[in-house]
Design a protein around this ligand. Structure first.
Ligand SMILES: [Zn+2]
Length: 491
């Protein structure tokens, strides 16, 4: 039987429209950039469709045509020329690959360029024009994304990471590819239903109530008419019309049933508003707990200075507090400062020098630290892991400042794994305190070694309060800006 022609593409980043950063092609090259046929065997967060499709191609009788796959660490608005270049690159690869039966795309869903508030919607619309109405278009999204009509209209199947931390990104690609295969075989007829929950918040799924909510949607998926259920958490740092939490239910040709489930789940999730955030504490409270602690390591997450949310990740506020209080046996990862890394590399391992580092990108990140530091270890092209994915940190150094071990990196990345310390020779088990810049993705790997995990809230560049963020593009009423956003909507 003739093989089906399947095209793969991935272009992804998450845009924080409030960030002091700007994103251009260099950021994509630095984080992850694989030309056709060059995708590694390991997945990246948004490109797990590549290794999964390769593994299933023979069984499914697919002829894979791989397009470019690229990812930039979340950052500020994407330069227009960069977006157009990446978009047109993938579209021209798709054009050249025609005729195509199936398109698989690994997208994030929250990319905003200077002239486009819905980059992935635009891409999907162009993809549909090229492949026509009968080709099957399947896409994976990150839940921290914006679900638009354009995205839904031009895709046949959408799957979204269910877990936050996103430990299920490979599973999400597997689900998509299995559903696409069944569709192609005529075994199912996917129809997408959506519901706008009209709110925005944080939804870590490693704790209640979201832990149970995710188990519930997985149970619903056991019904053979319900092909897939997803929650778009939304991304509060992206000021776009469709910002907010939404539900996607894909049924096997049962639109009414899908609509009813989407509404029911959406309103149930809305009823949990205000209860889903982690327990965020102040810096004073965290320091008090650290000083009274008996067991280590205590893991402190600097929740809002998370490069994975598009801010620079160079705030010095927490580090200064630790130094001021003379807290011993602490390691912190990471502070992004390519200039400081370069200076330390020039100075060499074991050298002691006067260094200015951190807080270069915004006044909200505090002030740079001026101190005498020791360069303990230099690592060129350092990396860490997130599940099977290898995440670059660029050239990086371990410095000691006022007794605190600090990792400074040159390629921005949030902290996922204790390897961020151990690869430099710091034993994370032996530290009393580990400070990580991450909202929740650190949780999976760090919970295995932590005695306690503290989520610390420090006001910074990240727009963490929707009520005061001053959105200009939001098109609907949403909680918590509006107390009852469903009031005037008829369902
Ligand atoms: Zn995410």
């Amino acid at each position: 039987m003739k093989k089906k022609r399947v095209f793969l593409g991935s272009v992804a980043t998450e845009t924080n429209t409030f960030s002091s950063l700007r994103t251009d092609i260099k950021d994509f090259h630095e984080s992850f950039y694989a030309l056709p046929g060059k995708h590694p065997e390991t997945p990246t967060l948004c490109s797990a469709i590549y290794p999964v499709a390769r593994a299933k191609a023979k069984k499914y009788n697919w002829n894979l045509i791989e397009g470019t796959a690229t990812w930039a660490e979340p950052g500020g608005v994407v330069n227009q020329k960069t977006w157009e270049k990446l978009r047109d690159q993938i579209l021209s690869e798709l054009h050249a690959a025609q005729p195509i039966n199936i398109v698989l795309l690994g997208l994030h869903g929250a990319m905003v360029s200077q002239e486009c508030q819905d980059c992935e919607g635009e891409l999907l619309e162009e993809v549909r024009k090229i492949v026509g109405p009968t080709a099957i278009v399947g896409v994976t999204f990150d839940p921290h994304s914006h679900l638009t009509e354009k995205k839904v209209k031009n895709a046949n199947l959408i799957t979204v990471f269910k877990e936050f931390p996103h430990v299920d990104f490979v599973e999400t690609a597997e689900d998509l590819i299995d559903l696409v295969h069944k569709t192609e075989k005529g075994k199912i007829q996917p129809i997408i239903s959506t519901f706008d929950c009209r709110f925005i918040d944080l939804f870590p799924t490693n704790q209640e109530p979201m832990f149970s909510f995710v188990r519930k949607i997985k149970d619903i998926e056991r019904d053979e008419r319900i092909l897939s259920v997803s929650i778009i958490h939304g991304f509060m740092a992206g000021d776009v019309p469709d910002l907010g939490t939404k539900i996607i239910v894909t049924t096997d040709n049962a639109k009414d049933e899908g609509d009813a489930w989407a509404k029911e789940l959406g309103l149930e999730l809305f009823s949990l508003r205000g209860q889903t955030r982690p327990n965020l504490i102040s810096i004073e409270e965290a320091m008090k707990q650290v000083q009274n602690a008996k067991d280590g390591p205590i893991v402190i997450a600097d929740v809002w200075d998370n490069p994975g949310g598009g801010v620079p990740g160079d705030s010095t506020i927490l580090l200064k507090e630790i130094i001021k209080r003379k807290i011993n046996n602490v390691a912190l990862a990471t502070i992004w400062d390519p200039m400081a890394v370069r200076t330390c590399i020039s100075a060499g391992e074991n050298s002691v020098l006067q260094l200015r580092f951190g807080a270069k990108m915004s006044q909200e990140g505090g002030n740079p630290i001026d101190a005498t530091v020791k360069v303990c270890k230099i690592k060129e092209e350092a990396f860490q892991r997130f599940g099977d994915s290898i995440v670059p940190l660029g050239d990086s150094v371990w410095i000691k400042v006022a007794g605190v071990d600090v990792i400074i990196n040159s390629v921005r990345s949030q902290v996922f794994h204790p390897i961020v310390f151990s690869s430099f020779g710091i034993n994370p088990y032996k530290k009393d305190v580990l400070v990580v810049k991450s909202t929740n993705h650190f949780y999976d790997a760090f919970s295995e070694i932590a005695s306690t995990i503290l989520y610390v809230e420090i006001d910074g560049l990240y727009p963490s309060n929707p009520k005061t963020n001053g959105y200009r593009n939001l098109s609907r009423k949403i909680w918590p800006i509006n107390i009852n956003p469903h009031e005037s909507v008829s369902y």
